[in-house]
Design a protein around this ligand. Structure first.
Ligand code: FES
Length: 65
């Protein structure tokens, strides 16, 4: 499925780039895909992908204590 229409980037490409632990933000994800954000409509989805890769269930357990 295309997430970024402007750059014809699919969810798989963006998720793979977002999974890199060295990625610090959406700009890094686009750079890894050899693209630049244009309209910005996909940025919330890219941010969610980055956040999903940073989610650690152990953090929830610690926070609940
Ligand atoms: S949809 Fe990604 S920059 Fe426009």
């Amino acid at each position: 499925m295309f997430v970024c229409i402007c750059n014809a980037l699919r969810d798989r490409e963006l998720q793979a780039a977002a999974a890199d632990p060295s990625v610090k933000g959406a700009a890094c994800v686009f750079k890894r895909c050899d693209a630049k954000p244009k309209c910005g409509r996909c940025l919330p989805d890219v941010a969610d992908m980055i956040a999903a890769n940073r989610f650690n269930p152990a953090d929830l357990a610690t926070a609940a204590e």
